[in-house]
Design a protein around this ligand. Structure first.
Ligand code: ZN
Ligand code: ZN
Ligand code: ZN
Ligand code: ZN
Length: 386
């Protein structure tokens, strides 16, 4: 996807189920537009995020690959970012999923120049004609990958010295499958292809990603109370209050105080507002719903430097996004994960699973160069319906 200008449409991403024999199309060498679940198709297979960077901020255990999106800005991006992919990880433990808190999620940005060690200058290989092209990892002297999560693996099975893991917890998950072949691997020094890609319960179900433009009818937000069609928030309600409305509000407040006399209520200005202002409709939620209903299967909304689509007015998105730690440029909105993604990856059991109304990813607006063209952590925020 190539996006930069403000008048660009919003791009919507959809999950595409693939048969097992087509999953290879999502491997790194074909530079997939995106993928959900399975293991990451690393853009740079050599300089991977460290295991310590991929742990959950709540439980400190390894996170699971959630999805990746290839998103270069065409001519707007610097030469070192000819290829540009965002990677998202989430902790699988539902206990770590807390309302309006993105501590169980992480996002990384990786970029490569057009001339690089891993991909042809002329673009990605065609999976239909060059199906058995080698994984770029084989072309690099990149690190071994964990058999469970596909991330950098600094540890080896002590018995065979072949099977690799990012962590002890992943070795434990793999042991029932690996023990059948561990002795053999120790003897012949290799692991069969099948063994290299064991199906395991840790990774999410794998999908491809398709991208389409959003078409939004002009009258979509008609009838929404205070700001028809206007994207800005409705925080200007107070300024618009007429004298008459204000008097009415004060009268109601007096009634409220009268009613609550002796009940030991300590009124603040906020209480006054809460008590006397009619509970506002959640127009953010209403807008969100109308837009999502146009394409209920959307799993990603993408608009580089666009505006996030807030899911609800009951919680706020952070007003200040930390600037890029590498270059100091401001971070700006890039993409948003939608609730339908939860049902694709099978974690949408209410109240007992990972949850979000939306996950918002903000990235360095300069797409600055990363040391060794590796992976830079970006900023994630989360909103929940609660
Ligand atoms: Zn966790
Ligand atoms: Zn692992
Ligand atoms: Zn072993
Ligand atoms: Zn930067």
């Amino acid at each position: 996807m190539q996006t930069d200008a403000h008048d660009e449409p919003v791009f919507l991403g959809f999950g595409v189920p693939l048969d097992n024999y087509d999953i290879f199309r999502l491997r790194s060498q074909f530079l997939p537009l995106g993928k959900i679940g399975g293991k990451p198709s690393w853009l740079n297979p050599r300089t991977l995020p460290k295991s310590a960077d991929l742990t959950c901020n709540v439980c400190q255990k390894p996170m699971c690959f959630l999805m990746q999106v290839s998103a270069n800005g065409g001519s707007a991006d610097p030469e070192h970012a000819f290829h540009r992919t965002l990677f998202l990880f989430v902790c699988r433990d539902p206990q770590c999923s807390r309302p309006n808190d993105a501590a169980n999620l992480k996002a990384f940005r990786c970029q490569l120049p057009r001339a690089n060690d891993f991909y042809s200058f002329d673009g990605p290989m065609d999976p239909d004609f060059e199906g058995d092209v080698e994984d770029p990892r084989a072309l690099s002297d990149g690190p071994g990958l964990c058999r469970i999560c596909g991330c950098q693996a600094a540890k080896k099975c002590a018995k065979c010295q072949i099977a690799r893991y990012c962590s002890q917890s992943h070795q434990v998950i793999d042991w029932p499958a690996h023990k059948l072949q561990c002795a053999q691997a120790a003897t012949d020094g290799k692991i069969t292809e099948e063994e290299k890609n064991p199906r395991n319960p840790f990774v999410f179900k794998e999908f491809g990603v398709e991208i389409d433009q959003e078409y939004m009818p002009g009258n979509l937000f008609d009838g929404l109370s205070d700001d028809e069609g206007d994207d800005d928030d409705e925080e200007n309600g107070e300024d618009d209050e007429t004298e008459e409305e204000k008097n009415k509000r004060i009268k109601e407040f007096e009634k409220f105080v009268e009613k609550n006399k002796g009940k030991n209520v300590d009124m603040t200005k906020e209480d006054l507002d809460a008590a006397t202002t009619e509970q506002p409709k959640d127009t953010e939620f209403e807008k969100f719903n109308r837009l999502v209903n146009l394409s209920p299967d959307q799993i990603v909304r993408y608009k580089r430097h666009g505006e996030p689509l807030r899911a609800t007015a009951t919680s706020q998105l952070p007003e200040e996004i930390e600037p890029c730690e590498l270059c100091g440029a401001p971070r700006r909105f890039e993409m948003q994960l939608m609730p339908h993604l939860l049902s694709l990856i099978d974690v949408d059991a209410i109240g007992q699973s990972i949850d979000w109304a939306s996950v918002y990813v903000y990235t360095c607006s300069a797409s600055c160069q990363i040391s060794n063209d590796g992976y830079a952590k970006e900023f994630v925020a989360k909103q929940d319906f609660s």
